[in-house]
Write a protein that binds this ligand. Structure first.
Ligand code: PLP
Length: 318
């Protein structure tokens, strides 16, 4: 049982990449038999790449002081050329999130070019996380756009290999709240993730690696940084977005598209915790980890489908 939270800096804005020794410039995991080193890189929209530790935002940037901004976290697979997985889907969601916050529409071509510029140096055999952040900026100064490339945290590989222990945590909101309350920014990937990272710390306190949120009706919503998927009755299922306010996952969408293309039925259904306990397999899906098996839910060992996990992982990381 892990005693540390499943902090995945790629999907967890509260995690500190510098806590991972491999994130330090000059660290070379390849020397220790690991994948080739990934050099941390930082870029500013409109300026291009800057030194990785250069100042990039004003102290009163509203993204910092109020969480007033949006972000995306992507997986980069190294090679020649390196590939930013699902770049267009992430840029589309960045646009939707920005529109929800009434931020100026992101310039998709400029963001795409910035993402590709940073990803270009990731060597074959390595993976990296790429964070795109758009804030409202300092008062009177206009939006700030940032991109940060960092090595893959070791925790990500562990979660892919071993799966994750998950606890269900109350979110304190109805699964239908967002239908009548657009100001709550349901479905937007905003910077306001303090509750999400607190949930991961609570999971760690309970001896788990990750969490899933439940609604006041007891329905499963999503993980703090992942979409919930499960297999039951011969179908691959996920929870409804829209009124629940959960984020529509790019990984879930890619996995469902691939599953559908291979003839596996998919569906969207409400589920409560007992439904997941009875499922034939459960996964958490997100861009950097891919689809990771949930091995335990609230301390109960879940059924597992290793062959299906292998296929889901392939689809998620393709
Ligand atoms: N739900 C939440 C709350 C998330 O933060 C994330 C990813 O960070 C996801 C779901 C999964 O989204 P994606 O598959 O696009 O990474």
């Amino acid at each position: 049982m892990s005693s540390s939270p499943a902090t995945d800096p790629a999907t967890d804005p509260g995690a500190d990449p510098s806590a991972d020794p491999s994130a330090a410039p000059g660290a070379d995991p390849a020397a220790a038999g690991g994948p080739p080193a990934v050099r941390p890189r930082t870029a500013v929209l409109g300026r291009g790449e800057v030194p990785w530790d250069a100042p990039v935002a004003a102290a009163d940037d509203l993204g910092l002081s109020r969480g007033d901004g949006v972000f995306e976290t992507l997986l980069v697979r190294g090679g020649n050329p390196a590939r930013v997985v699902g770049l267009q889907a992430h840029l589309e969601r960045l646009e939707r999130s920005a529109a929800a916050l009434e931020l100026p529409a992101p310039d998709r071509a400029a963001w795409g070019a910035l993402a590709r510029e940073l990803a270009a140096g990731v060597p074959a055999g390595a993976e990296a996380t790429l964070r795109l952040t758009l804030t409202r900026g300092a008062p009177g100064a206009g939006p700030t756009g940032l991109a940060a490339l960092r090595p893959l945290p070791a925790e990500t590989l562990r979660a892919r290999e071993r799966g994750v222990r998950v606890v269900a945590l109350a979110r304190g909101t109805s699964a239908h709240l967002h239908a009548e309350a657009p100001w709550l920014l349901g479905g937007a990937k905003t910077l306001s993730y303090a509750v999400h990272t607190a949930a991961l710390r609570e999971a760690a306190r309970r001896g788990a690696d990750d969490a899933l949120f439940t609604s006041t009706e007891g329905l499963v919503l999503e993980g703090p940084t992942a979409t919930v998927l499960w297999w039951a009755g011969g179908r691959l299922l996920t929870t409804p977005a829209g009124p629940s306010g959960i984020l529509e996952g790019t990984t879930q969408r890619a996995v469902f598209a691939a599953a559908g293309a291979e003839g596996l039925p998919t569906g969207v259904e409400e589920v409560a915790v007992p439904g997941l306990l009875a499922a034939e397999a459960v996964w958490l899906a997100s861009s950097v980890r891919g689809a990771v098996e949930v091995t335990h839910l609230d301390g109960t060992a879940l059924a597992r489908r290793p062959e299906l996990t292998r296929r889901l992982r392939g689809w998620a990381l393709a």
